[in-house]
Design a protein around this ligand. Structure first.
Ligand SMILES: C[S@@+](CC[C@H](N)C(=O)[O-])C[C@H]1O[C@@H](n2cnc3c(N)ncnc32)[C@H](O)[C@@H]1O
Length: 463
């Protein structure tokens, strides 16, 4: 077949009807049947845009003028919204953001999973969809005299500075500004990623919203931290609730924020927070859900679908620091967790002890290696809960899960595309889901989280 030339070229000005919203929040339209993604455009609008990049099957364009505005367009409250890559959909009314996310999940089930009959319920959103994040990770740059700190602009490493981030807990904002002031005052050189020189690369702040604990992690390019003592004293004065001040060393030329080594500059190595009645320690490297209010809602959904009576054996796969496992433990006879990061597994064990839970055990390893072994060893869970990263579950893991013959498999997903793929895989193996409940863990962004339960197809009985 002769290759068709795309109908648009970089630099060209185009007019487009926007027909949908992509999973990253971009407006999507067609020019002579050719797909164009336009950030900041909204479904239902007619816009003028400048083509910036052309690929074989799609192009990107920059919005220049809204010719016909959608009634769903609102003024984005954040002054740096259009430049900062943190949020993508502040310009869309919140109820419409939620419906776009619901549709995104339904499309993934229909197109990727071939599962048109799975019902996608309305997204559980927030009453106040702002100031929710308990964790901020801010790159530092510029020069000794002109320190810059902010978020990267979309698709680049240009730092967009801010004083107040509208999706962060205010404690995180304040801590970042105080670090920036002290770094300036003490002349600590920020990191220059092009030359791989300088000291301060990132600052990470985590807040335990229920305990008030604050952790500040200063990520440096090497072990040196000039002005260390004065910096520690200054930040102890400046940051109310500071419990843990850590230096993390990332000597590599990489986009990975945290390096392997943590040094305690002052205070504790961890902070605490709670989910429901369960208390957790959080260390710099551990995964902890970033939207505490919505985590309670997400976990309620998991509990509802797990239907525990106190007699069940439960596996929590991809368990992080054991949050789901330990929140379910009260209603289960036995809980097993598996997680690939050894430090998180140590935290999970510590968390079990902290809460007096002695019928939960955690194993370090990949879920795809550990589950087949558990299946061989004869572990037969009634309920399996999975909460994998964006790439979803490995087939070896799902094969082992099916072999264990659980009654229910509760799937928590941060990526509708891989959830739909795995749903199709499970359906072929006799496990089906009928409904998906999306939860808005990340308001103002394109991301959506989902919970669904797979059960053995009735007519097939035992597998
Ligand atoms: C989305 S997080 C879920 C954590 C936890 N369930 C929670 O709600 O806090 C996914 C977790 O899977 C872990 N992980 C990634 N790949 C894995 C694998 N192949 N096997 C086991 N765990 C994995 C990550 O380290 C991370 O802790």
């Amino acid at each position: 077949m002769p290759k068709l030339k795309p109908p648009v070229e970089p630099g060209e000005r185009i007019q487009v009807e926007i027909t949908g919203q992509s999973h990253t929040g971009d407006g999507v339209g067609k020019v002579e049947g050719f797909t164009v993604f336009i950030p900041l455009a909204i479904a239902g609008e007619r816009v003028e845009a400048r083509v910036t990049r052309v690929k074989k099957t799609y192009a990107h364009a920059r919005l220049e003028k809204v010719l016909k505005a959608s009634p769903n367009r609102v003024d984005a409250p954040c002054p740096v919204f259009e430049r900062c890559g943190g949020c993508q959909v502040q310009h869309i009314a919140y109820p419409v953001q939620l419906e776009a996310k619901r549709k995104q999940v339904a499309d993934a089930f229909a197109r990727i999973g071939g599962l048109e009959n799975v019902e996608v319920l309305p997204v559980l959103g927030m009453k106040e969809p702002w100031n929710y994040r308990n964790k901020a990770q801010v790159p530092f740059g510029g020069s000794r005299g002109r320190v810059r700190a902010g978020f990267y602009a979309a698709g680049s490493h240009q730092i967009v500075e801010f004083e107040h981030c509208m999706v962060q807990q205010p404690e995180n904002d304040r801590a970042i500004q105080r670090v920036k002031e002290r770094v300036k005052e003490l002349g600590i050189p920020p990191y220059d990623e092009r030359k791989h020189r300088g000291v301060l690369r990132h600052v990470m702040v985590r807040t335990g919203v229920h305990t008030g604990d604050v952790m500040v992690v200063l990520v440096t390019n090497g072990p040196k931290l000039p002005g260390r003592q004065r910096l520690v004293e200054g930040l102890r004065e400046d940051i109310p609730g500071l419990v843990s001040l850590v230096q993390n060393i990332q000597p590599k030329r990489t986009n990975v924020v945290l390096g392997p080594e943590n040094r305690i500059l002052w205070g504790e190595p961890v902070i605490h927070d709670t989910i429901g009645p369960v208390r957790f320690v959080i260390s710099p490297h551990s995964f902890f859900q970033v939207n505490p209010a919505q985590t309670e809602i997400l976990y309620e959904q998991v509990k509802k679908h797990a239907e525990l009576s106190g007699r069940e054996t439960v596996i929590d796969a991809y368990c992080g620091i054991g949050t789901i496992a330990l929140c379910l433990a009260e209603d289960a006879a036995r809980v097993f967790g598996v997680e690939s990061i050894p430090q998180a597994v140590e935290d999970a064990r510590h968390n079990a002890a902290l809460n007096g839970i002695d019928h939960a055990s955690f194993e370090a390893g990949t879920a795809e290696e550990v589950m087949p072994r558990w299946a061989e060893e004869g572990i037969r869970p009634d309920v399996i809960v999975v909460d994998p990263p964006r790439k979803g579950c490995a087939p070896e893991f799902l094969d082992a899960a099916v072999k264990m013959n659980p009654d229910r498999l509760v799937y928590v997903s941060c990526n509708p595309a891989t959830l739909a793929r795995d749903a199709a895989y499970l359906k072929e193996r006799g496990y089906v889901n009928h409904e998906v409940q999306p939860v808005d863990m990340f308001p103002q962004t394109g991301h959506v989280e989902c919970v669904t339960v797979f059960r053995k197809r009735k007519e097939e009985g035992r597998l």
